[in-house]
Design a protein around this ligand. Structure first.
Ligand code: SF4
Ligand code: SF4
Length: 404
């Protein structure tokens, strides 16, 4: 077995097409199982993985210090290390320098190879730009504390284009998988960034594992018809890697068997290597998922922006996830985190004022107002107005403890 590598256009770095994401490490007694996780990270590196991704909030702040020690014994030198600046903890320009210095210490290193501004959307970019993040990144590069600057992204396509053009980024990180071709940055964003010379790192290639485990029976039946036997995870990953614009696909691995499987899948994943029949099969899988969705939203974004600030396609994406997959509690928490305004900008369904503007623009002629009401009832309930500020305070207190 051998690892494949793809080149970062602006620097010539050769990155392994499979990256190790340290947000879902194996746990024991509620904490990272340090021994097992260290073994897993090192085995992956020994087998050719050279891109390791972490961030301040992963594992309640434990992921960065864990990685600092997991990469001892010469492993740090074998990898490109990626971590992220949390915009929600930046209130003054000097916070950025302070956080980066703390991260270097936690990661036991003198430089971060790939440094990202975490989870940007239009409003968090505006805030960070106003606080001088571009100057901060220039300074951190000049001082050698970071090598490459990038951003991870969860907003809409217009914001993505704006951010790509606002700074000479070496790379970006987007959510992309067989069901997110038209969500957030999507295929158009992927191509846009790649055409401008950015390396593109992919997160959530399996939508948090949902495209891999306990897939709906109708979807499994399609995979079972394939001539080549592959697991749902292997099919979904191969589809992402088939795009030549993709540089690295991150996988949050925590089981030895998954690491083996992902490494084996990566082995043959050259761009453009799926044949027309394989693409047709994946198209049928996508159609089947779509048929199972509650809301037939294509994520085209024509309804945006909403004057009340609702992120309509994201609301529907969470709502569809909620009905398509198990693990509903996690979907609810993610909804509150992302759209409730804790990790990004407030954009939840309950903000809707029923103006009807969106419905005039929707090519699918969806009854958006009614559907948005369903989303609000499912995820928010009557206590949303109290729940969100309380969660924000709790989150901010918890985060303050993570990094000072
Ligand atoms: S009806 Fe609601 S969701 Fe649609 S544009 Fe108006 S406020 Fe936004
Ligand atoms: S216009 Fe309609 S289909 Fe397009 S994103 Fe909005 S709700 Fe979805």
């Amino acid at each position: 077995m051998h690892m494949l590598y793809r080149t970062v256009p602006k620097t010539g770095d050769r990155l392994s097409i499979l990256g190790f994401g340290c947000m879902r490490l194996p746990k024991k007694g509620g904490k990272i199982d340090v021994e097992r996780a260290t073994r897993q990270v090192r085995i992956a590196i020994d087998r050719g993985v050279n891109y390791i991704d972490t961030a301040v909030p992963y594992h309640n702040g434990e992921s960065e210090p864990f990685l600092g020690q997991a990469l001892a014994d010469g492993y740090r030198e074998k990898v490109f290390l990626a971590t992220k600046l949390p915009p929600w903890q930046v209130h003054r320009p000097e916070d950025m320098d302070r956080i980066l210095d703390a991260q270097l210490e936690r990661l036991r290193t003198d430089h971060i190879d790939y440094y990202l501004v975490h989870s940007l959307d239009a409003r968090s970019w505006e805030k960070m730009d106003g606080l001088g993040v571009r100057e901060f990144l220039d300074r951190a590069k000049a001082e050698g504390k970071i090598v490459n600057a990038g951003f991870s992204f969860h907003g809409d396509l217009a914001a993505f284009r704006e951010i790509v053009g606002a700074y000479p980024w070496e790379f970006c990180q987007i959510q992309y998988n067989i069901l997110d071709e038209h969500n957030q940055a999507g295929t158009e964003g992927l191509r846009y960034a790649s055409e401008r010379g950015l390396a593109v790192i992919i997160m959530e290639p399996l939508r948090g594992g949902r495209l891999a485990r306990r897939v709906p029976t109708a979807v499994q039946a399609i995979y079972d018809q394939a001539e080549i036997e592959r697991t749902p995870a292997a099919w979904a990953l191969r589809w992402v890697w088939d795009h030549p614009e993709v540089t690295v696909v991150l996988s949050g691995m925590n089981e030895e068997a998954h690491i083996d499987e992902n490494l084996a899948t990566a082995d043959a994943a050259l761009p453009g290597s799926l044949d027309p029949e394989e693409h047709a099969l994946i198209d049928r899988v996508k159609e089947t998922y779509r048929a199972l969705m509650q809301v037939d939203c294509t994520g085209c974004n024509y309804c945006m922006p909403c004057p009340a600030g609702v992120n309509i396609p994201e609301c529907f994406s969470f709502y569809n996830n909620y009905h398509m997959f198990e693990n509903r509690t996690e979907t609810k928490i993610m909804y509150l985190g992302r759209l409730g305004g804790i990790l990004g900008t407030e954009a939840y369904a309950g903000l809707c004022r029923s103006c009807g503007k969106c419905e005039k623009a929707c090519p699918q002629h969806l009854p958006i107002r009614d559907l948005i009401g369903d989303v609000s009832r499912t995820f928010e309930g009557r206590t949303m107005k109290i729940k969100v500020p309380l969660m924000k305070v709790a989150f901010s207190l918890a985060q303050r403890r993570l990094i000072r």
